[in-house]
Write a protein that binds this ligand. Sequence first.
Ligand code: CP
Length: 307
Amino acid sequence: MSAPRATRNPHLLGIEGLDRSFIEALFELAREHKRAVASGTPRTPLAGRAVANLFFEDSTRTRTSFEIAAKTMGAEVLNWTVAGSSVSKGESLLDTAKNVDAIGPGAIIIRHSSSGAALLVSRYVRCSVINAGDGAHEHPSQALLDAFTLQDRFGTLEGKRVLIAGDILHSRVARSNIYCLRLLGAEVLVSGPPTLIPRDIEMLGCKVAPSFRSAVEMADAVMMLRLQAERQPDQAFPSAREYAAHWGLTGALAQQMKDGAVVLHPGPVNRGVELSPEVADGVRSTILDQVANGVAIRMAILETFAW
Ligand code: CP
């Protein structure tokens, strides 16, 4: 299978604006990479190329899985982080990106605390830009790996009910997932403290669930999100303990879920707050499948965009 060429835009800035056939072709490519890696014969379409990880915010999963994905396909990887860079001497985002671009990578993979940072950089560099999370805007590779994991589990997302619960207001994962899951035919519900639900969220195509508990009981998949403390100047909830009591997915509540229903979390998990340890490590949890699938999805993304 050949990569689904990004004909309209050589960048992956968000799920908004993508179409279903593009995502399905990307999933097919990810499946092909997964099979090839499992059989010990990975394809190396990026041999002789380089990609640059440009992370202005911390990351465990996204940065390392893009790195493994790129290296498995034969690319060199430039790992740039704020610590140790010339940002400490006052170099701007754009100057940093333009200088990294001048080194000649096929793609810059960028994470930044500002919504729109990836779009801004894409206007000033020659290579492709892949958004690895920009503020509370989008995290497209996360949504793609989440939807891919659900499709693997259920066969199709058509008609499945997915609940996204927690800090929706500050979550780029929630926004990207709402777009992606809706495109693939799922019904999407959101739930969380009223202070953490954007007023216009239903305009994205989801519904606000009237009750967290009943939404958990009706869902085929429950995606729990952590409180994004780094994006909350004023704490929107009195304490982690109260949050856990009202909005946490406990073992007792998880027992009320439908047969075969699954629990997702993009990580990092705050155990005992949004998710109890027994659920995070339990039979419904797809957390480590999500991480593993992240490599295959990012291989497909890089093959498609890093050219
Ligand atoms: N899900 C996610 O983006 O994790 P990291 O912050 O570890 O990359």
